[in-house]
Design a binder for this molecule. Structure first.
Ligand SMILES: [Zn+2]
Ligand SMILES: [Zn+2]
Length: 335
């Protein structure tokens, strides 16, 4: 190869690769400053309160300031993109639930972790995540702003709790009611005066408003087996299903599967349905469930809370909407 050719090649490489790379790098020299995380302490009118949290990930009990713990609960329980007043409502609901659990305030603590007020298992006590987990799950560009929103929601409601008749309420909540929340006794055994079903159209059209699940007859038979004595298919191989009773909100209380009675909530968990408010259609070997909402349907509807926040409602209005006859209170100081 001639010297001229070699030199031309080097020149070409510079023009095609090195120069554009240098230019691009040169252009990216002014990074957009990310919003700063506001980690200033969250002060409560009730003073400094510490909670003993059993951290499932560490397999140990850690002591945290209550309001800081609540930041991790709100981040784990509600999308940070929700309206600010919905996040504030969630913070008050989580605080009420948490304080009800605390041994110091006469609560039972976490029943499976002696010495802990609460654990981080969502199916047992209440979901919670570390700040690192929260920042990691959000898109990097939104992470700081999301955390600031949640910290502000906790800060703006610090020490606030929900009471009925002077006592803290059992502040249950769910994702999406699907049009009507449920009376507590239709889901559990106790009728609570503040857990009454209310109409809610604020969650209309959101992710879990109406969903569909398809199952084969064979899969249906396998799933229902733990709840019945015989495989419930007709001679034609079709599931035998009939609704026995529904609540006023439309949720299935019991249904009959090949003549045997199965509770709506058991049927929901057997089939993996988002709620007990479902209908079905049997088409040959396939059964299609159409479900309304997601969750048990009692207390605050989270997607509804977001709808109300976006419609300009305050967190107090949102809370009073879903918990009948309650009052807002401030936590008594730690003594
Ligand atoms: Zn627990
Ligand atoms: Zn709703």
């Amino acid at each position: 190869m001639s010297k001229f050719l070699a030199l031309s090649l080097i020149f070409l490489i510079i023009i095609i690769i090195v120069l554009p790379a240098a230019l691009v790098r040169g252009c990216s020299f002014a990074p957009v400053p990310a919003p700063r995380i506001d980690r200033s302490p969250i002060e409560s009118p009730a003073g400094e309160i510490n909670i003993r949290v059993y951290r499932h990930d560490l397999n140990e009990i850690v002591e945290l300031p209550l309001e800081e713990y609540l930041v991790g609960v709100v981040a784990a329980e509600m999308p940070a993109s929700f309206g600010q007043e919905a996040l504030k409502a969630q913070a008050v609901v989580a605080r009420t639930y948490t304080v009800n659990q605390m041994i110091h305030y006469g609560g039972p603590g976490c029943s499976v972790n002696p010495g802990a007020d609460i654990c981080t298992i969502s199916g047992h006590c209440q979901a919670w995540e570390t700040e690192e987990d929260s920042l990691g799950k959000w898109p990097a560009a939104d992470a700081a702003a999301h955390l600031n929103k949640i910290r502000q929601a906790v800060r703006d409601t610090a020490g606030k709790v929900i009471t009925y008749d002077g006592k803290l309420i059992d502040a249950v909540f769910h994702s999406t009611c699907g049009g009507q929340t449920e009376d507590s006794e239709k889901v559990w055994s106790t009728a609570m005066p503040y857990l009454r079903g209310v109409a809610c159209t604020y969650c209309e059209g959101t992710r879990w408003w109406l969903t569909e699940q398809k199952l084969s007859s064979a899969k249906f038979a396998t799933n229902i087996l733990p709840y019945v004595t015989a495989v419930p298919v007709s001679s034609a191989g079709r599931p035998l299903l009939e609704a026995a009773s529904r609540s006023d909100s439309g949720r299935v209380l019991t249904l009959r599967v090949a003549g045997e009675s199965v509770r709506g909530r058991d049927f929901r968990s057997a089939m993996g349905l988002p709620s007990t408010n479902f209908t079905w259609k049997i088409d040959g070997e396939q059964i299609t469930f159409t479900s309304r909402g997601y969750g048990h349907g009692v207390g605050l509807c989270q997607y509804g809370a977001d709808g109300q926040a976006k419609a300009g409602k305050t967190y107090e209005e949102i809370i009073s909407y879903y918990y009948t006859g309650i009052e807002m209170g401030t936590l008594s100081p730690w003594q």
